[in-house]
Write a protein that binds this ligand. Structure first.
Ligand SMILES: Nc1ncnc2c1ncn2[C@@H]1O[C@H](COP(=O)(O)OP(=O)(O)O)[C@@H](O)[C@H]1O
Ligand code: SF4
Ligand SMILES: [Mg+2]
Length: 483
């Protein structure tokens, strides 16, 4: 059923939740969804995968306008020419470097984007106008029990969206319910029962009937089968496929189950710490993924053919907190192929440097003058070593010794963070300042047609390519990733 008409376009949507615990006036935010963009065609299914906490649910709710995004725009069912225009403007805007953002061309594009967004973006609408658009989309949640009122008959629960969002009368609603209930494989008398009388799978069928009752163009399905037994899961997935075939509905299908995603999705988006890191057609993503995180995530799936050997990539370290994400590429602290410009900042290096300079842990450090304090300064991007006062030592020798220790660490496995150290210089106060290089932040790029990835290995600017989609760039990048 999939066709080429774009139904939904999500443009740089972010949702930051304010959290308590910020000191003084400094508010703290969880960056649950961080500047996510994608499009979805009519009749298409976009799978959204990623570990728990990466922002899948928040993204789904932001699209549905169940929560107001902090920034960004959501466009659905626009006139064709406007939809094409807004997507093309966004694509062109994303290619501007920061220096070029003051150019007339950029400002003109931005103005036109704003003009369209003010008229059409759901995130800027309210009241009656938003209600009209709400009819076009419905959620299906993981636990239909929470969306079905335990005290209401099934017929009343299914009727709710029709009553709320359409002007159908009682009889029309009842007729619709009878046809829906058989479409999802239950019978008319089920309408006169209460939710607790149904199994999990049946409840999810009811949840689906309710969602499609107003004939939406888009369903956002958030882990719709994750709470169900495997055999029941398959039934629900089949029902969803049938409904999509008969009605041409588009799905945003959120799941952390990779096998379910592979079965259901036409294209797949991978999220990490609130950001979309890769987006490609399903088969291409599963067989020829580009992003190091996707490689690690998919390496966990067992391959049925024992003749194919694939090493499971075990990621080291915890998922960082989205309240305090790493600098540069959010994945750099765990990335097996991170480079020196991927985002290393003092917070990554402070403890390793403390260890390196601790004479109890590192024999080499015992000949250094005594260090009383090691301070990291994220803003200045430096780490400062404070020597005990009154010691006599040859500054150049000490600097040289620390430099050679750094080089040695950098050459060890996992030592790439040390290669982000750019210089060692004494301050006027006699402390030794360890300065780090300025990191780069990857942007979504399209190294292959229809295959988007956010990783510096594929960044045109990083490669200094002529800023155009280039097959060679992805080839040379691929040989660099070697695991
Ligand atoms: N209402 C909220 N207030 C504060 N933080 C939230 C809220 N909802 C979600 N979060 C945080 O946002 C991040 C993304 O959560 P979520 O969208 O539920 O991820 P997922 O569905 O991928 O598991 C998590 O760190 C979560 O703790
Ligand atoms: S930009 Fe790419 S290579 Fe660098 S840390 Fe991120 S994922 Fe790894
Ligand atoms: Mg979730």
């Amino acid at each position: 059923m999939e066709n080429e008409k774009t139904l939904l376009y999500v443009s740089n949507v972010s949702k930051f939740f304010q959290i308590t615990g910020g000191v003084g006036r400094k508010r703290k935010y969880v960056r649950a969804v961080d500047s996510v963009s994608f499009s979805l065609n009519e009749g298409e299914t976009l799978g959204v995968v990623g570990e728990t906490g990466c922002g899948k649910t928040t993204l789904g709710r932001s699209i549905l306008q169940l929560i107001k995004p902090t920034s960004g725009d959501v466009f659905i069912d626009l006139p064709d020419d406007i939809m094409r225009e807004v997507m093309e403007i966004d694509r062109r805007l994303s290619l501007f470097s920061e220096e070029d953002m003051e150019s007339d061309e950029y400002i003109d594009l931005k103005d036109r984007f704003e003009e369209i967004a003010r008229e059409y973006s759901l995130t800027r609408m309210s009241g009656r106008k938003l209600k009209e658009y709400r009819k076009l989309m419905q959620p299906v949640f993981q636990d239909p029990f929470s969306s079905l009122d335990p005290r209401k008959l099934i017929k009343d629960s299914i009727a709710e969206p029709m009553k709320l969002l359409t002007d159908m009368n009682q009889n029309e609603i009842m007729d619709k319910e009878i046809s829906l209930i058989s479409e999802i494989g239950l019978s008319e008398d089920h309408l006169y029962r209460f939710p607790h009388e149904f199994s999990g799978g049946q409840r999810q069928r009811i949840g689906i009937a309710r969602a499609i009752s107003i004939e939406p163009k888009l369903l956002v399905l958030d882990e719709p089968t994750s709470a169900l037994d495997v055999s029941v899961q398959a039934q629900i997935l089949n029902i969803l496929k049938d409904l999509q075939n008969s009605r041409g509905i588009s799905y945003v299908f959120i799941s952390h189950h990779l096998s379910v995603i592979r079965m259901m999705a036409d294209r797949v988006a991978v999220m990490y710490l609130g950001k979309m890191v890769e987006l490609a057609e399903t088969e291409e993503l599963f067989t020829d993924m580009l992003h190091p995180y996707t490689k690690a995530l998919l390496s966990a799936i067992p391959i049925p053919d024992p003749s194919i050997k694939r090493e499971r990539i075990v990621l080291e370290g915890e998922i960082p907190s989205p309240a305090n994400p790493p600098k540069g590429c959010y994945f750099h602290p765990r990335c097996p192929v991170a480079m020196k410009n991927c985002g290393w900042s003092p917070r990554d290096l402070i403890n390793p440097i403390k260890e390196m300079l601790d004479p109890y842990r590192n024999q080499e450090a015992s000949s250094l003058p005594e260090i009383v304090e090691i301070v990291s300064d994220e803003e200045e991007n430096v780490i400062e070593l404070v020597f005990k006062e009154g010691q006599e030592f040859d500054r150049d020798t000490v600097k040289e010794q620390i430099h050679s220790m750094v080089l040695k660490e950098a050459s060890k496995k996992g030592g790439v963070k040390y290669s982000a150290i750019e210089s060692l210089e004494y301050s006027e106060e006699g402390t030794l300042i360890i300065s780090l290089i300025q990191w780069d932040t990857p942007k979504m790029r399209e190294p292959r047609k229809g295959h988007m990835v956010s990783c510096l290995l594929y960044d045109y600017n990083y490669y200094d390519e002529s800023k155009r989609v280039n097959e060679d760039a992805s080839k040379s990048a691929k040989t660099k990733i070697n695991f």
